[in-house]
Ligand binder design. Structure first.
Ligand code: IPE
Ligand code: IPE
Ligand code: MG
Length: 234
């Protein structure tokens, strides 16, 4: 059987709230553990030779959570951008953010820009963080950009193809994911990478995100290498 190498893993990091609840702790405690696990799993993916890791950190829908929870998540993000920085550089990781940036606070945007710039030449792994991200919004924005090109007569309607459209998504230049993992037992896509997941292999695990570890990641990679894929190989 032909084996397939995984270049790109996308993860829906779900279950932080339930992880904390099981311990009688506030949801923000689960998010803190979840953020620590981002550092662990990024390193594990890099060590396994994966080139792209796209993590769903905060969805456009997540803005509807309580102010208390949103504030706690934004504070954690600030800390991650400050403290995670050293780890990103030491591990030769390039970081990118995808999502609706205009919703985020100016100081956070500034930190995001700085870390994107400083890590731009790192080559071991590209860590793509989906933040304030919604796939339908991303697709609509690509439709608008493409329509603009037509309005400006830079392309004709007939010239619009998958490559042109993909180039107008936030994920331009990033190959489609080979693997999608969702933790915590939920089996939905939750507005994540709808276009990009067309031929991705799906893995659902009951493990809550703070408990998801390197061993489980390696088991999934091994399982993936035994699946036969007809399309979507990068
Ligand atoms: C995922 O964990 C993290 C974010 C969505 C920010 P949840 O916060 O969704 O945790 P559960 O699903 O309530 O357990
Ligand atoms: C999806 O998880 C978003 C992230 C993991 C950031 P949610 O927990 O927000 O998704 P739903 O609401 O259960 O679909
Ligand atoms: Mg959830």
């Amino acid at each position: 059987m032909e084996t397939d190498i995984c270049k790109h893993i996308a993860i829906i990091m779900d279950g932080n709230g339930r992880w904390a609840k099981k311990r009688g702790m506030p949801r923000s405690f689960g998010h803190k553990k979840g953020a620590e696990n981002v550092i662990e799993i990024t390193r594990a993916a890099k060590d396994a030779g994966v080139k792209y890791l796209t993590l769903y950190a905060f969805s456009t829908e997540n803005w509807q959570r309580s102010k208390e929870e949103v504030d706690a998540l934004m504070q954690l993000l600030r800390e991650y951008l400050d403290k995670g920085f050293k780890d990103i550089m030491e591990n030769n990781v390039r970081i990118r953010f995808i999502g609706e940036k205009k919703m985020l606070a100016p100081d956070i945007l500034e930190k995001m820009r700085a870390i994107e710039d400083k890590s731009a030449d790192n080559t071991a792994l590209t860590l793509c963080v989906a933040l304030s991200y919604g796939s339908r919004q991303e697709i609509l924005s690509a439709v608008k950009k493409t329509a603009q090109l037509v309005a400006e007569k830079k392309v004709t309607i007939g010239e619009i193809d998958q490559a042109l459209f993909s180039a107008n998504l936030y994920t331009a230049d990033i190959p489609d994911p080979d693997i999608l993992i969702r933790t915590s037992g939920e089996q939905r896509i939750s507005n994540y990478l709808l276009w990009q997941l067309a031929y991705t292999e799906l893995f659902f695990t009951d493990t809550l995100w703070p408990d998801f570890d390197k061993n489980e990641l390696l088991t999934i990679l091994e399982n993936f290498s035994m699946r036969e894929r007809r399309y979507g190989k990068s």
